[in-house]
Ligand binder design. Structure first.
Ligand code: HEM
Length: 458
């Protein structure tokens, strides 16, 4: 089956319609698509950032492989990958507690509360989708890194996605020249900010300890704040769309387990469904080596050494052997909360495994320090759910509705009474459970914007 790299309108459905967990394809080179949890876990388990040539790629994004600055760390391998990962991990708090965490969360809460200050006539200029899709997580991470906020709109307007384009220099087309120079100039002021920010001393100590040069560390932070933090875009968007429709909000405020479960459920349905790419060199010295992967349904496939494998986090989250009625978004799916290393649905208690694969990590490995040190999974792995919980709790204190008449170009935040809250348009219907929605592929947005593929149309 021919597939073009990257996402396209309706791409999510097309992949599901194929009907097989593992299949071979051609994306300009032979490739294998792994679309179930078992086979993907198997492959991701062997990720070791020290192995040369053992890398991910995101085909929709055109990084050049030979550059070592401002690109996601999971595109690197070898010593530079190890050092950058060490640095990134040492920059974040280990637990979602403490002064730094509280200050970052307070900043985000204040930001959300400030939305209520908008006058109705100002609302068309306010992009709530941007805030939840990208803004809040970036602001939050930036606050954790720097102890204060790097003005993110400055980065958005001047840098992103420009840092990546720098790699092409001097080969990139002339029409990109203005963007390039703007970006170069902006970067200098961002570096100045990083040198002078509240946590400048800790940052310097962290990159020196990891063996990185100043620019390497600054580029890594910029890439994390602009690119990596967008990983939560789909969770944020769904949070925004679903929350006004939940009944029993008070219950969510009072029951931590339900709130936690809801946030994990957001992660289970997390896109973007862009394929991750991974070239395997299990046995580089042996061209003819095959390794076997088993699927959740018990099939086995032999994959030739060096074959590129693609995963899809959104599709993985719908593996029916793991989750009951996977196409239903159910806020209480993980009540009672399973163990982090539970990998199967417990048919007696009904407890279901957590969707850790959304963060690029096989189930249960998040607690394994040795694995975490040399994997490529998300360094924010233990912080995402607590972050989502903080944002959800703040939003729960809010009465808001989205204006579906505005063609969703600008989603509006308005102060409104509870009874005015409209239903999601057909596609994301409420089921009998007050916290459940139909999230079948055909009911999702499938927009040209990847993050919207896994969000209900409004
Ligand atoms: C809900 C939010 C997030 C999700 C779902 C997410 C998801 C992921 C995934 C799936 C990967 C593995 C690479 C891949 O397979 O594509 C990854 C890697 C990474 N993430 Fe996140 N991420 C999120 C937020 C963040 C944030 C806020 C940061 C830091 C500011 C961050 C930093 C990183 C870094 C540095 C890596 C690369 C680690 C390495 O290669 O050593 N992520 N993330």
């Amino acid at each position: 089956m021919a597939m073009s790299p990257g996402w396209k309108k309706g791409g999510l459905c097309n992949r599901w319609e194929h009907g097989s967990a593992v299949y071979a394809g051609n994306v300009g080179e032979p490739a294998v698509f792994l679309l179930d949890v078992e086979s993907s876990c198997h492959r991701l388990e062997s990720v070791d950032n020290r192995k040369p040539g053992h890398h991910y790629d995101v085909p929709a994004l055109r990084w050049r492989g030979d550059q070592d600055v401002a690109k996601p760390n999971f595109l690197r391998s070898g010593p530079q990958a190890v050092k950058t990962r060490d640095f990134a991990r040492s920059m974040l708090p280990e637990k979602p507690t403490g002064e730094r965490w509280d200050a970052a969360m307070a900043f985000v809460q204040k930001r959300i509360q400030s939305w209520a200050e908008y006058e109705v006539e100002e609302l068309p200029h306010f992009d709530i989708k941007w805030e939840l899709q990208l803004g809040l997580l970036r602001l939050f991470a930036s606050h954790l890194f720097f102890g204060e906020c790097l003005e993110i709109s400055f980065v958005e307007n001047n840098i992103y996605p420009a840092p990546q384009l720098e790699f092409w220099y001097p080969y990139f087309p002339n029409w990109l020249n203005p963007a390039y120079h703007k970006m170069k100039k902006s970067k200098e002021s961002i570096w100045d900010f990083m040198r002078e920010c509240t946590r400048a001393g800790e940052i310097k100590a962290a990159y020196e300890a990891a063996g990185l040069a100043e620019t390497e560390a600054f580029e890594a932070m910029l890439c994390m704040l602009t690119f990596n933090a967008s990983g939560g875009g789909n969770c944020g968007l769904n949070l925004l769309y679903y929350l006004p429709h939940f009944t029993g909000k008070e219950q969510m405020k009072d029951e931590d387990e339900l709130l936690t479960s809801f946030c994990y459920e957001l992660l289970r349905n997390n896109g973007p469904p862009a394929m991750l790419k991974m070239g395997f060199k299990d046995s580089p010295e042996n061209e003819d080596y095959y390794s076997v992967v088993n699927t959740s349904k018990g099939e086995s496939f032999a994959i030739k050494n060096g074959t590129t494998c693609y995963f899809n986090s959104a599709v993985l989250g719908r593996d029916e052997t793991r989750w009951e009625n996977p196409h239903t978004f159910r806020a209480d799916r993980f009540c009672p909360m399973p163990n982090a290393n539970q990998s199967k649905r417990d048919t007696t208690t009904g407890s279901e495994p957590l969707p850790v694969l959304a963060l690029g990590c096989p189930l249960g490995r998040g607690a394994d320090e040795e694995y975490l040190k040399n994997a490529h999974c998300c360094v924010f792995i233990d912080l995402i759910v607590p972050f989502l919980k903080g944002v959800t709790l703040t939003l729960l204190d809010f009465e808001y509705r989205l204006d579906y008449q505005s063609e969703a170009v600008v989603s509006k935040l308005v102060k409104t009474k509870k009874e005015e809250v409209p239903q999601l348009s057909g596609s994301a219907r409420k089921s009998k459970c007050p916290f459940a929605f139909d999230i079948s592929a055909e009911n999702m947005n499938q927009g040209a914007n990847a993050t919207e593929d896994c969000a209900p149309p409004v």
